[in-house]
Design a protein around this ligand. Structure first.
Ligand code: 2RA
Length: 329
């Protein structure tokens, strides 16, 4: 397998390389791709040095898979060029997610939809991925009617500039601002830009992507997405109303049995998921599982995952692993 990582020097690209290395992905050649200013620089992968190349060189090298994390416009322009050259693109931007001709994939939920003809596959938004991993087994058994989610999202979701802004503020240093307001010692109830209905794009991504991945447009969903001064991962408070009543012990068991989920829910010993514990882990952590006593058939839970791992790099690599295992490359 020849694998290209497009955006290899960015926050997500760097984690993609780390995850490929850790999971021992069966690659024979790595093609790190970045913008012209990084071309010629070297990165080390499994103890070997690889020179960063530009887009045209990478396409001419005909990789089997290209993991893209270089922003929407780069992806719109270049992903089809890779696809035409026979490469399967797994794209982390929002460019193709809602395109009806493209699959939007979280392996634990809908990898079975993939076929050899899918040459551009979309990796969902970070906050959507961790939520659907936990929703899916519950939907299959009890059928979800409505979800109300509020997020507490790490600054790493914005990128390096946001991490620097928070750290500068922490040290009292002036510097470039990734957000319109101070983020350290603050909370910003806006992620991405506002759209016409008063929601943000991040909120609409959670709503629309969830329905597409779960393959069920009847699920009603509302979201409030919030940036907090944290780095290890995104957290979500999720309230779910089901069609059918559930057994709380069964809900816990279903989640425990689901691949990719670790239940951390032992309030007697003050155990619940937190971003500092999810950091650098590939799983989705679920806790605070309890009935919503204000409504019939309703449940509350708390979901945490490393947004750069399961929310981005790990999910993309897992899609690649699935394609390889099933011979879809
Ligand atoms: C965020 N959803 O956390 C983004 C990153 N994809 O802002």
């Amino acid at each position: 397998m020849k694998i290209a990582v497009v955006g290899a020097t960015g926050l997500v690209g760097t984690v993609m390389l780390k995850v490929l290395e850790e999971r021992n992905f069966p690659l024979t050649e790595l093609i790190p791709v970045a913008s012209e200013k990084s071309v010629g620089k070297e990165i080390t992968f499994k103890g070997k040095k690889y020179a960063i190349v530009n887009m045209d060189t990478a396409i001419s090298m005909r990789p089997d898979i290209a993991l893209f994390s270089a922003g929407g416009s780069t992806s719109l322009e270049h992903a089809p060029r890779f696809a035409e050259a026979g490469t399967t693109v797994i794209d982390n931007s929002s460019a193709w997610r809602m395109d009806p001709s493209k699959k939007l994939v979280v392996p634990e939920v809908n990898a079975h939809e993939l076929s050899i003809d899918d040459k551009i596959i979309a990796n969902p938004n970070c906050s959507t991925i961790q939520m659907v991993v936990a929703l899916k087994p519950l939907h299959d058994k009890y059928k979800i009617k409505r979800v109300v989610v509020s997020t507490y999202q790490s600054v790493t979701g914005t990128g390096v500039k946001a991490v620097e802004q928070m750290m500068n503020e922490r040290k009292g240093i002036d510097g470039p601002m990734a957000y319109p307001y101070q983020i350290d010692l603050n909370v910003i109830p806006q992620i991405d830009v506002f759209v016409e209905n008063g929601y943000t794009k991040e909120e609409m991504k959670m709503i629309n992507e969830t329905r597409k991945i779960m393959g069920d447009d009847s699920i009603r969903l509302t979201a409030t997405t919030v940036r907090i001064p944290v780095m290890g991962g995104h957290s979500e408070s999720v309230n779910i109303e089901f069609e059918n009543d559930f057994d709380l012990a069964d809900v816990r068991e279903l989640l425990e049995k689901t691949q990719g989920i670790i239940v951390v829910d032992d309030i007697a010993n003050l155990k619940y998921p937190m971003p500092k514990d999810a950091h650098e882990k590939d799983e989705v952590f679920v806790g605070r599982i309890r009935r919503d006593e204000s409504m019939p058939n309703s449940l509350n839970m708390w979901i945490v995952a490393d947004n750069l791992r399961k929310g981005a790099a790990t999910n993309a690599v897992q899609i690649a692993e699935f394609l390889v295992q099933k011979g879809l490359i």
